[in-house]
Design a binder for this molecule. Structure first.
Ligand SMILES: NC(=O)c1ccc[n+]([C@@H]2O[C@H](COP(=O)([O-])OP(=O)(O)OC[C@H]3O[C@@H](n4cnc5c(N)ncnc54)[C@H](OP(=O)(O)O)[C@@H]3O)[C@@H](O)[C@H]2O)c1
Length: 265
């Protein structure tokens, strides 16, 4: 019987490419979107989901169980990125960022775990980022959400292992998706940051446009799904593979100079 896989945020970018590739490989795939009627599903079933809502998460997982009778793999992908200086970002904006990127994944895991524990098997795949290793300037709360996801997933790895459940983090560098268009800027712009923020956002846009294709991340997820004993961390693309290694061997000042140059800050 083919495995059942749930991919959050499958209306665009990495989630869409992942759900599509997994469906092409014969898995029974459910993707999600906040407005499923307006989202294109290629060979998979689209369900409604807003990861900020407990009720929406519960209803989504219940629908998968009702339709497929099982949930073998959960891919937590839904997310966005708020940009702006840390000081420009209100606590409410910061909380909203964590509510989707971090607590959204937590909600999904909590909803999926009882079924996976009962089955004595399961895979949780959390789409993190190179930003969970190397913070991006003017993206403090996006970076914080991915650092949080890293720590949470590492703890979870130990806890669910005895039940036959694995946890994996997928850490891509820049990926060419519409995430920039879907992501807001902090509302309170302070003139002292304007020039640097503008330069940084221009570099950010260029980095996304020249990023790896989302299909490359999708192939890595497929590799994890196919693996008998998946690792905790998978880096995707040259940037994400080499920068954390470099960070661990060069002095901070040298590493930070490279990051500053990359983002013109
Ligand atoms: N692009 C990159 O450079 C990059 C690099 C590393 C990691 N990532 C991570 O990869 C993941 C996907 O990003 P992407 O680049 O593919 O972005 P994207 O093209 O903008 O797709 C984001 C997806 O998340 C969904 N989403 C957003 N808010 C949601 C919510 N509250 N509830 C449920 N779904 C929600 C969106 O669905 P709807 O709006 O239709 O609901 C959409 O399908 C994110 O976690 C991101 O942090 C991206």
């Amino acid at each position: 019987m083919s495995q059942t896989i749930l991919v959050t945020g499958a209306s665009s970018g990495i989630g869409q490419a992942t759900a599509r590739l997994l469906a092409e490989h014969g898995f029974s795939v459910f993707g999600t979107a906040r407005k499923p009627d307006f989202a294109k599903a290629h060979g998979f079933t689209m369900l409604a989901l807003d990861v900020r809502s407990d009720d929406s998460v519960r209803a989504c997982v219940e629908q998968v169980m009702a339709k497929a009778g099982r949930l073998d793999v959960l891919v937590n992908n839904a997310g966005y990125s708020i940009t702006g200086a840390a000081e420009e970002t209100s606590v409410d904006e910061a909380k909203a960022q964590l509510e989707t990127n971090f607590f959204g994944a937590v909600r999904m895991v909590n909803a999926a775990l009882p079924g996976m524990r009962a089955a004595g098997a399961g895979k949780i795949i959390n789409i993190s980022s190179l930003a969970g290793n190397t913070a991006i300037p003017f993206s403090a709360f996006y970076s914080a959400s991915k650092f949080a996801l890293e720590g949470y997933s590492e703890s979870l790895w130990y806890e669910v292992r005895p039940f036959g459940i694995t946890v994996s983090l997928v850490e891509p560098g820049f990926v060419n998706t519409p995430i920039g268009e879907a992501s807001p800027e902090a509302e309170r712009a302070l003139p002292v940051y304007s020039a640097t923020r503008k330069r940084m956002l221009a570099k950010f846009g260029q980095s996304l446009a020249s990023g790896i294709p989302p299909e490359q991340v999708a192939r890595r997820v497929l590799q994890i799904v196919d693996s008998k004993s998946p690792r905790l961390r998978y880096r995707v693309g040259a940037q994400a593979t080499w920068l954390p290694r470099l960070r661990s061997v060069v002095p901070w000042k040298v590493y930070a100079a490279g990051v500053r140059k990359t983002f013109a800050v």
